[in-house]
Design a protein around this ligand. Sequence first.
Ligand code: GRF
Length: 316
Amino acid sequence: MAKARVAVLISGSGTNMAALLYAAKHPDCPYEIVLVASNNPEAEGLKLAHGEGIATFARAHKGVDRDAFDAIMLRQIQEAGATHVALAGYMRILSDAFVEQWEGRMLNIHPSLLPKYTGLHTHQRALDAGDTVAGCSVHLVTPELDAGPVLGQTEVTIRPDDTADTLAERVKMAEHQLYPRILSAYVSRDRDPEWLLAQVRERAMAQPEADEVSSHGMPCFGIIGGKKFAYVSVDHHGDGKTALLVKISGAEEQAMLIDSDEDRYYRPAYFGDGWIGIRLDLGDTDWDHIADWLAKSWRAVAPKKLTKLMDVAGKF
Ligand code: GRF
């Protein structure tokens, strides 16, 4: 399986970058680091990355406006063939254009239990507030600072004798454990059967009167008290695939689909000509397309009274 290609952006010591980098040396790690880039040519982490044979890039941002600077960074990241960006102590607000370009593929680590304490001086603020627990969060980056969906957190107990420095030290240890774990899970989620099933479930249950049951050990979706319109096949009979099975018109459509993309479509064993298997674990699933398949399959089995209602609703 191809590894995700991660560019890491740093501004300082880069200890989180180092944690990501050393985790990536394990053969099972689902990502590799393809670039470490910085807006600070003096950043300590650059030396470490270079010493480990990782491509580095540094350019001081002074005197370059935000959009132009981000365009320089973007070019380096694209040239490195990165599929994801990991911010690790990158002390520069990114332009909206940059964030949009990487939306859903850019993560950040923040030294607080978000949504508490966005921005700077998180440890002192936690101490001042009399908190008993601090921690760190990995989140997706969205245009609003430190406000994207949280992917994972670790709590760190605050001791009565803690200062901002002693607390920061322990939170850093937690950060170094958390970031590689969450990044690994995130880049491989679209091959994780549980995550794939959840995506199908959300779209299947959005169909009118949909219900989830289990059939032949497979999660499956049908119309309440009626027929089934979708199955999720996970390693069925040891075939190693995660796939969605939906209704089609028959042998001709089945052959046409398989012919159009034989890696994605297949004839599901024991289901006959009226069904098609669509692989969900290829890493490039178009979920809107899957939603369309589910709607079409629902329609193929739905009783007339339901489809008529839908047709009427569709007119408005
Ligand atoms: C970390 O505390 C991280 O949470 C924050 O910036 C700091 C970077 O530290 N975003 P390092 O450069 O990884 O050591």
